[in-house]
Ligand binder design. Structure first.
Ligand code: ZN
Ligand code: ZN
Length: 207
């Protein structure tokens, strides 16, 4: 299967011809945020399912995906896993975005026997959720700071959650996003001892 990174917290998972997008963002929704998912037409074409960790414009832009099935992570907290599109089972858990920022979820996606966990805009992880998302195959974790954990906190948390691979997200990208203060390099400096899977902007990895 394939994992494609479209910047910020947005990934496309593709398995057996089916595509799920996680946390698509609205380009230009904020000052300094100039990523556009429409710049990746091949990656977003044929998406059948959209998973949304929470309702902020840099995570819940469903407009390009009319007709796709939507998984609302916040509304699905505590519910049994559900097969959103063929082969993709999703569930969600409560996470903490920080004071005054509203509800947020972590989404777990099981596909092809692998488990992906996407932490949304986590600024701290409730212990009951940490227990549920341990030992994932791939942990997508925000590292950019201000709205979420920063690089050091993210690295510390990732170590306790013990995933096979850590996939950093929600970081500053030169010329594209200055919405958050820290870059990927800042995280890499803090990530000793972790298996980090880096996917370039617009790039894909077969996993
Ligand atoms: Zn947010
Ligand atoms: Zn965000």
């Amino acid at each position: 299967m394939q994992i494609t990174y479209l910047g910020h917290s947005c990934f496309v998972l593709q398995s057996a011809g089916h595509k799920l997008v996680i946390d698509p963002y609205e380009g230009g929704a904020f000052e300094g945020f100039n990523l556009r998912i429409e710049d990746y037409p091949q990656a977003i074409s044929g998406v059948e399912g959209v998973a949304i960790t929470h309702h902020h414009a840099d995570h819940d832009y469903v407009k390009p995906f009319s007709g796709a099935k939507i998984f609302d992570g916040v509304k699905s907290i505590g519910k049994a896993p559900m097969e959103l599109i063929p082969g993709f089972a999703l569930s969600s858990y409560r996470t903490d975005h920080g004071p005054g920022r509203g509800e947020c979820s972590a989404i777990s996606i099981s596909v092809e026997g692998k488990r992906f966990v996407h932490l949304g805009d986590t600024s701290s992880l409730p212990p009951e959720t940490a227990a549920k998302v341990k030992d994932a195959d791939y942990l997508m974790i925000p590292v950019g700071g201000y709205f979420t954990m920063g690089p050091e906190e993210a690295a510390e948390l990732a170590k306790t959650l013990n995933p096979k691979f850590v996939v950093p997200m929600h970081y500053a990208i030169k010329g594209k996003s200055s919405l958050v203060p820290h870059t990927l390099d800042d995280f890499l400096k803090a990530s000793a001892g972790l298996n980090v899977l880096i996917i370039n902007l617009g790039g894909s990895k077969t996993v």
